[in-house]
Every structure is written in structure tokens, then in C-alpha cells.
Design a protein around this ligand. Sequence first.
Ligand code: PLP
Length: 398
Amino acid sequence: MSDAASRSAGVKSTGVHRPTVAEIDLGAITHNFGVVRDHLGDEGAAPPRIYAVVKADAYGHGAVPVAKALAQAGVDGFCVALVEEGMELRDAGIALPVLVMSGLYGEGLGAALDAGLTPVIHDPSQLEALARARGRAAVGVHLKVDTGMGRLGVTLDALPGFVAALADQRHVVVEGLMTHLATADADDLAATRAQLAAFDRADGILGAAGFVPAVRHVAASAAAFRVPEARRDLVRLGIALYGVAPFPHAGPGLLPAMRLRTEVIAVREVPAGARIGYGGAWRTGRRSVLATLPIGYADGFFRRLSSEAEVLLHGQRCRVVGNVSMDMTSVDVTDLAASGVVRVGDEAVLLGAQRGRAGFDCIRAEEIAQRVGTIPYEVLTAVSRRVPRVYRNPTGHV
Ligand SMILES: Cc1ncc(COP(=O)(O)O)c(C=O)c1O
């Protein structure tokens, strides 16, 4: 069939065919930004700046649309993990500061500087690389110190040596000093306070050598909410923007921004005792009606959720039965079917809210994370590339 013929026959040659999509509510994201901004502004002193963490494609929500919405809502800058992620923002015309927090590999430094990205440095070898990339031209960087996370950053023991190396490279301007907290979401904040004390000592070591950073930053979402003394000049805000509470009971008013939905592609009646799915892992205990959904673990709906998770249909929770397969998942809709409401084409929601004839409910990333034995960050970033992101509410309500 020619292109023209397929168009006239109503056949799409490209585009989205499967009804499985992740709806992203940009209004929820700008709302969540407003919630945190108001919270930070409540303390009386000048509120810290907010950089939105949009690494990993904005935790699966789509870095460019999210960054554009937040830029419009008044965010001060962005944090990414990789140079490539920073480039993507620049290519989309985003001119706000972008901090590259972890990924300067190979030629990455030169590329980052060319694109006007701000590198985070954490190792003396990067000073030489900066000199190679820029000669004696001034380069602004943020220096990361390791105060207890044990992952990345100059340790306090190594800092005096690092500062001496910095003194030889006066073209490197330490605009920012940062660290990352390991346990700001824990019940006991003693380790967090020890990290803050170490951060202040690091600041003192730098200051004694004449390096006075313009900005200091420590807090991510959890500390932004619950550790006022961690807020400093800037907060690096990630998970809260996407509507996930950074610790239990945090952030009332945060709205989930991702809704993973699909549609029923088959409704099947099966007898009691029937085995369902790969390995026959589920056996029906009664005559059952099952709905088949076109979504599976290749979309980020974890196989670990087999015979475990719930899915919303008509606003009511229905249980996943049998093993989640790569592209399909079966759901027990027997009770709903008894009232005659389940049909091919009905919407099923795997993450997010649904209102329907049978009620209203919401499945949050926190709930799925608990079932899988992981954290909500992994639930959101697991939603794979083959699930198209569809954007709603672009202007937001901040
Ligand atoms: C260095 C750094 N800062 C900030 C964040 C944002 O953390 P959160 O999503 O908990 O706000 C991250 C996320 O992993 C990070 O690695």
C-alpha cells in the first residue's frame, strides 16, 4: 500500500499505535516546585535558590519538557549527571545554569565547557584537564567534597593538597562548594549533622586559602524539607518535583506527575483451576474473568510485580495474576465483570490516579517500590523508552 493509500485507509505508517503511554502532568511538576519554594520561603531568611535535578531524563518524565516548564515557573538552574544530558538541555535552547554532577569522562570536560555547562570537580586530575581544555582562560566550577557519602568528592584529608593544587591554577574559579548527604531521609539525623559539620570544616579550609565560593549547596529533596541548616545558598531538588515524598509523610501536597496507563486488549473467561501465564505460576481459584493489558517488564512494569501488584480499572483495584511477561500483563477483573463493566478498550492505570464508575484511587510510585523492594526513583526511571510520554497541562498552576 502506498503512503497516500494507507493514509486514506486510515492506517498510520508511523506514530503511536499501542495505548500504553506515560502521561506527564507538567502542571503537577510546577505545582510541586511551588510547594517546595513556599516551604523554603517560610523560614524567614532569604530562601535558597532551587536547581531542579533533571538527570535520567528528569527521572523518566522527559528532561526537555520538564526543564522548559520549570524554567517558566522560575527555577534557578538545573543539575544533570552527564554532559550528554546537559547538552540536550542546551540544544533545546535552555540557557539557565546547568551543573554536571558526576559525568565528566574523556573529552567530556571540553564539550561541557563549550556548551556553557558548569562542571563539578572532585579530583586533582580534573584541574590539569581543565588547563588542557581551556589554557589560562577562567573556568567556573563547583567543587564537591566527600563529607560521608563515600562515593564522590575530595575527602577532608585530601582537601589541603587539593587546595594547594588549586592555588597553582588560578584560572579555575571555585564558584560553588557542594556535598551530598547519605542519610537525610533517615529517622536519625546524627550522621547528617556530622556531614554538615564536615562541610563547614571544608569551607573553612578553602576560605583559609583565599577561596570563597559564591554558592554552597548540600540539600536534596529530603534535607530541603526537614534539615533547615542544610539548605545553604542552593537546594538541588529532584524526587519531590516529581511528586514523591522524599521520606515517609514528607511534603503534603506533592502531586504525582506520572500516570502510566494502557487499555484492555482482551477479556477472557477462564474456568477455576486454569493456569495463567509463563510457568503457569498462577492458578485461578474460581471461574474468573481476566483482562489482558499490553504492558510488560520491557516497559518498566517489573516482573517482580507478578501476582502481586494491583492495577486500576474503572477506579477499582484489580490484582495482577500470573507472571508479568515482556509485553503483556493479566489482571483479574472477575468482580468488576460481574457488574458488566469490563470491555476491550477500557483504560487501566498502573501508576497514578483513576476515577471511574467503581470509585477513585491512586497507585503511587512509593507503593510499587515497596512491592518490588526498591525505591520510587527506580520505579520512575524504569519506565522504558518504548513508552511514549504524553504531556498534559503545560502551563502548570504555579
Ligand atoms: C548529587 C545529587 N544531588 C541531588 C540529587 C537529588 O536528590 P533527590 O532526588 O532526592 O532530591 C541527587 C539524586 O540522586 C544527587 O545525586
